[in-house]
Write a protein that binds this ligand. Structure first.
Ligand SMILES: Nc1nc2c(c(=O)[nH]1)N[C@H]1C(S)=C(S)[C@@H](COP(=O)(O)OP(=O)(O)OC[C@H]3O[C@@H](n4cnc5c(N)ncnc54)[C@H](O)[C@@H]3O)O[C@H]1N2
Ligand code: MOO
Length: 400
């Protein structure tokens, strides 16, 4: 048998198969959560004029500490039309345009109004113009607000709208078919004969791809028969990505590889040096890319995060589709690793990351409790509590 492929090489080979889907322009809110096909430049300047950050009074710094004659108002959306002279004050709202002639906002709580006269009775702001947001504080027209390949997150959505965009160039969503297979599998809630278990990987994978915004089609549970698996593949060839769960290993009933070979698929690689997830398989079947995930539920989840979800993101235009690892303090000792790189289920604490005791690739309880996967490179020496390790944070939704 061929040696196992290294993780980095396997990810690079897979991503080399991903061609970004065609570009579409969508009304901006419909583009939320999608990846930008082009850079977004600001079409306007924000704030467009100097604006007040507080409710209070617009005055001249040179007039401090007053008193002033009140001559009008600048409410949000209703600027004061004139120019303010020496000794004059204008009522101003948060978000109101700072009137011409003024260069300071005195907050309401520091002032006392007496008829048409305003008195200052508080501590002067430091610096005196601190409650004024100058024109262009956030960004100026022409500035880059988001780059091609970045996701339109809720914050970027708000930024793009504020920058004047009513629509956004994004990529089409990927169509993913999830095929789960195994004679032992039954639909959720169904009665179970001896040896049978509920099929859970298909639902889990569909939820993960659904969160990415993919269009997901489900097939299965498909029985361990060549014709049945072949039929499921044939129905799926219109999708860009076919993700299988189970039947990826070397057993007599592990049919994904033999059926793909029988169908003339081009096998790119099979078996990667990771734990869990070793029997991962990647192939081209017509125009579709097939990613065969191992059936153990944790192996399916981990390889979905390392391979299948990054591939779907790359199709949808993500310029950096692989999960970003971040440093964390390890809270327990760990033994040396073997020839596979490991991804350990772990919980974040206020001081670091604590690996969960049960690391069986079939056990869902620790997976559901995990906030992160601790990454340990193959052939690493034992690690000690207090060491810095790299972790793959799981989307907050894994737990909340
Ligand atoms: N002789 C060897 N045996 C195994 C090897 C090996 O190298 N040599 N590798 C092991 C590793 S590592 C993994 S991972 C598993 C993966 O095997 P398969 O992809 O063929 O998965 P299955 O055998 O179909 O299932 C494994 C396990 O997971 C359960 N399962 C499968 N599908 C689902 C589902 N949709 N929902 C819930 N649970 C599912 C299945 O019942 C099995 O218990 O192979 C090792 N064996
Ligand atoms: O690679 Mo398997 O996923 O170790 O259990």
């Amino acid at each position: 048998m061929k040696p196992l492929l290294g993780l980095d090489e396997a990810q690079a080979r897979l991503l080399a198969l991903a061609t970004p889907l065609p570009e579409v322009s969508l009304p901006i809110e419909q583009a939320a959560g999608r990846w930008l096909a082009r850079d977004l430049l600001a079409l306007r300047t924000q704030p467009p004029q100097p604006m007040s950050a507080m409710d209070g009074w617009a005055v001249r710094q040179a007039d401090m500490p007053g008193p002033w004659a009140i001559i009008g108002e600048s409410a949000a959306g209703h600027p004061f039309p004139g120019t303010v002279g020496a000794g004059e004050a204008v009522r101003i709202a948060t978000g109101g345009v700072v009137p011409a002639g003024t260069d300071m906002v005195a907050v309401q709580e520091d002032c006392r109004r007496d008829g048409d006269t305003l008195h200052f009775e508080g501590e002067p702001p430091r610096p005196l113009d601190r409650h004024i947001r100058p024109r262009g504080l956030d960004f100026s027209e022409g500035a880059m607000v988001a780059r091609a390949g970045e996701r339109l997150t809720p914050a970027r959505l708000a930024l793009a709208i504020t920058a004047g965009h009513g629509s956004a160039p994004v990529r089409e969503t990927a169509h993913v078919t999830v095929i789960e297979g195994g004679d032992e599998l039954r639909a959720p809630g169904e009665a179970l004969q001896p040896g049978a278990i509920p099929a859970s990987n298909g639902a889990m994978l569909a939820a993960l791809f659904g969160d990415l915004g993919c269009k997901v089609t489900r097939r299965g549970p498909v029985p361990d028969r060549r014709e049945a698996l072949r039929a499921a593949f044939e129905e799926a060839t219109a999708s860009q990505l076919i993700v299988t769960s189970g039947g990826a290993s070397v057993g007599d009933h592990d049919l994904v590889l033999p059926v793909l070979e029988e169908m003339g698929a081009e096998i790119d690689f099979w078996r990667v040096a990771i734990k869990p997830g070793k029997p991962l398989l990647v192939a081209k079947l017509g125009n579709a890319t097939v990613i065969g995930l191992p059936g153990n539920p944790v192996s399916s989840f981990v390889t979905a995060h390392l391979f299948a979800m990054p591939f779907a993101r790359a199709l949808m235009g993500d310029a950096a589709p692989l999960p970003a690892l971040q440093p964390a303090f390890l809270m327990a000792d760990l033994p040396a690793t073997g020839r596979r790189s490991e991804f350990l289920r772990a919980e974040f604490t206020s001081e670091g990351v604590m690996p969960i005791r049960l690391q069986d690739s079939g056990a869902l309880s620790p997976l559901a409790a995990a906030d992160a996967l601790v990454f340990r490179l193959a052939n690493s020496p034992a690690a000690k509590a207090g060491d810095v390790v790299r972790v793959l944070p799981l989307a907050p939704r894994n737990r909340s």
